[in-house]
Ligand binder design. Structure first.
Ligand SMILES: [Ca+2]
Ligand SMILES: [Ca+2]
Ligand SMILES: [Ca+2]
Length: 359
């Protein structure tokens, strides 16, 4: 009897090991662990001054003011600065656009400020600019900071929002002065459980949460790993980057902030944040060509950068094109690409940021 029990356990362990082995191979596939990319640069690019430790997210107002969240510290990713994160602003209409650090006024603890995804909301009634920032003051904590942007490069901190459903927030898109959608990129805070979840289930069990002062709920789920989120210029559609599924999921906003899934568009890369050209509605994606190089950071074989554009996303045949590719020698770990009137700002997880001409 004891021998039989031992045999059964051995068979079970072997089967489980074989299963995990096959999941491991699958995982290498989803993180594009063997992918190498050629170099395809844009005609004129220069590094942005003052940005040395990443600009994970960038967003641009219609008048050409760009906001950058910099200095992210995030589990698994390298970070080369001990300083807290900072917010910058840059005027793209200036002949020599230079990022300027934003002063932050109010109650916020700046020593633990760790900004991640951002979104700007302009109130049509009074043109007040609100900046929504995902903040991780401690490892595995997430909260949303809402700021009011005022003249002379200052953010006034209005409030901090925490909620059990805002548990591993990556990016945010504001839809009102105090309402927004966020992506949660993982279910388990514990790194071992998180890896097991990805290995065994092949997903991180992530979702999209809608928040307003009256209502907080999961608005969409079933992603392999939701990351960037943004909205169409007419505000009818929400786009979510399902990073390890290599696609962008498209949702329609219906009455009462219900999200209805419409379709997914394959992008062939691990796309992080999404910015939308306010004139054309094109999606611009900052992507990781090979996530293994990002997670196992080696300066001799650095993680590359890939910028992808999706044109006509709502048509039968969206056009997906690679607009910029680098092997990491010029720019490592691109996370965002924000277009504005023939210019493109590219931000990264922990490296520099660039401004390129598109024409
Ligand atoms: Ca964003
Ligand atoms: Ca998906
Ligand atoms: Ca992101």
């Amino acid at each position: 009897m004891a021998a039989m029990k031992k045999t059964l356990i051995a068979v079970f362990v072997a089967a489980f090991a074989a299963y995990i082995g096959s999941r491991y191979l699958k995982l290498r596939e989803v993180i594009l662990a063997s992918r190498e990319v050629p170099v395809k640069h844009l005609p004129r690019c220069h590094y942005l001054q003052n940005i040395e430790y990443g600009a994970e997210d960038i967003t641009i107002l219609r008048d050409g003011l760009a906001f950058l969240s910099t200095g992210l510290k995030f589990p698994w990713l390298p970070s080369f600065s001990d300083e807290p994160g900072k917010m910058y602003v840059l005027d793209l209409l200036h002949p020599k656009p230079t990022p300027v650090e934003l002063k932050i006024n109010g109650e916020l603890d700046l020593s633990s400020f760790n900004p991640h995804g951002i979104s700007a909301y302009v109130d049509e009634a009074d043109d007040i600019v609100y900046l929504f920032v995902v903040n991780h003051p401690q490892k595995h904590t997430s909260q949303i900071e809402i700021f009011h942007f005022v003249e002379e490069n200052t953010l006034v901190h209005l409030k901090t929002i925490t909620h059990p459903l805002l548990n591993s927030v990556n990016d945010i898109v504001a839809v009102g002065v105090e309402s927004f959608y966020v992506t949660n990129d993982r279910y388990f805070y514990n790194d071992v459980l998180h890896i097991l979840c990805v290995l065994v289930l092949g997903r991180t069990w992530s979702d999209v949460v809608y928040y307003s002062p009256k209502e907080v709920r999961v608005a969409a789920d079933g992603f392999m790993a939701s990351n960037g989120i943004n909205m169409s210029p007419d505000k009818r559609y929400i786009y979510v980057a399902d990073i390890i599924d290599h696609e962008i999921d498209v949702f329609e906003r219906r009455e009462g902030e219900q999200l209805v899934y419409l379709k997914s568009v394959a992008v062939g890369s691990l796309c992080d944040n999404i910015e939308v050209d306010h004139r054309t509605g094109d999606l611009w994606l900052g992507c990781h060509p090979n996530s293994l190089k990002l997670l196992a950071y080696d300066p001799k074989d650095p993680p590359g950068s890939e910028i992808i554009k999706i044109k006509n996303i709502h048509s039968e045949q969206p056009v997906v094109s690679q607009e910029y590719l680098d092997n990491g020698r010029v720019l490592m770990a691109s996370t965002v690409a924000a277009p504005y009137e023939g210019k493109l700002l590219i931000g990264t997880a922990f490296h520099k940021a660039m401004c390129c001409d598109l024409k």
